[in-house]
Design a protein around this ligand. Structure first.
Ligand code: MF3
Ligand code: CO
Ligand code: CO
Length: 277
């Protein structure tokens, strides 16, 4: 089929949705303190998205069907089944949770690290972004993992321009992570995004140079590396059908942006005020 390029009107819609998703992450930071529960964070984000932004949280009840972005070890889709759909409005992945953590009633404690992943739908368009937060004071080890993961996202973003290939971007990201002794999760990846939450292409955070989709101006997609302190292997929680942990229970970090490939390079549609691209 091939990847559809966004029209100028669609790009404008993506800018609006992206900005709103970024705003949720800007808004929630001050609430992430010792003792708060991830359920409370979910409630605050939900209210903000629905009441303040006039949007809708894309994750709520998402995927009561095969989840298309899940890959087998070999990189082919496995389509694991989530009959219920995701039950909350954001994902909160704490410590050794890699992704798709479900907000719950457990209070956060000093030293916890967590990824908060928000996807806002506004006027039919999706903005998808996530960021790491630290509760109180984290260990230097944890802080380093968070920083290297963010740097890996930034170096990948820097490579985005027409003609760049996804295999080259994934390769560079993976090399950077592994140079620091960490590992890249293979089972989940970035994705095309627009009026559909997850669409072509799959954006893996590993790759082979000189391979993969060639980017073109007008493509919108996410890059969202998940990086483990220990081994890359992950384990899906069979009870809730969603939560993904590191198999060795080591810490994991993730950062995500929604991007537009422009004629000259890249526009970060989910840029926060603290960031400069
Ligand atoms: N926001 C996630 C992503 O970056 C997807 C979450 S799907 C959910 O693609 F159902 F787990 F919420
Ligand atoms: Co995403
Ligand atoms: Co996301």
């Amino acid at each position: 089929m091939g990847i559809k390029l966004k029209t100028p009107e669609q790009i404008e819609g993506m800018r609006v949705a992206g900005r709103l998703a970024a705003e949720v992450l800007e808004m929630i930071g001050e609430h992430i303190v010792k003792g708060v529960t991830t359920e409370e964070l979910d409630r605050i984000c939900h209210e903000h998205i629905v009441k303040v932004q006039g949007g809708y949280p894309a994750t709520l009840n998402y995927g009561g069907q095969p989840y298309p972005m899940e890959l087998s070890e070999q990189g082919t889709p496995t389509h694991s089944f989530h009959p219920e759909g995701f039950p909350k409005s954001i994902c909160t992945s704490v410590n050794d949770v890699v992704c798709h953590g479900i907000p719950n009633k457990k209070p956060l404690k000093n030293g916890d690290i967590l990824n908060l992943d928000v996807t806002v739908i506004k006027n039919g368009f999706h903005g998808d972004t996530s960021k790491m937060f630290v509760v109180g004071e984290a260990t230097n080890q944890a802080k380093k993992l968070i920083q290297v993961t963010q740097e890996s996202l930034y170096l990948a973003i820097d490579m985005v321009k027409p003609g760049a290939r996804l295999g080259d971007i994934g390769y560079a990201l993976q090399k950077y992570v592994e140079k620091h002794g960490y590992s890249v999760v293979r089972e989940y990846c970035g994705h095309g995004i627009g009026e559909v939450f997850h669409e072509e292409p799959q954006v893996t955070h590993y790759g082979r140079p000189g391979t993969g989709v060639e980017l073109q101006a007008g493509m919108t997609f996410t890059i969202e590396p998940m990086v483990n302190f220990g081994k890359r292997n992950v384990k899906l929680n069979r009870k809730d059908g969603w939560t993904v942990n590191t198999k060795d229970r080591s810490l994991s970090a993730q950062w995500e942006h929604t991007l537009l490939c422009t004629k000259t390079g890249v526009e970060v549609l989910t840029k926060r005020q603290e960031e400069h691209f």
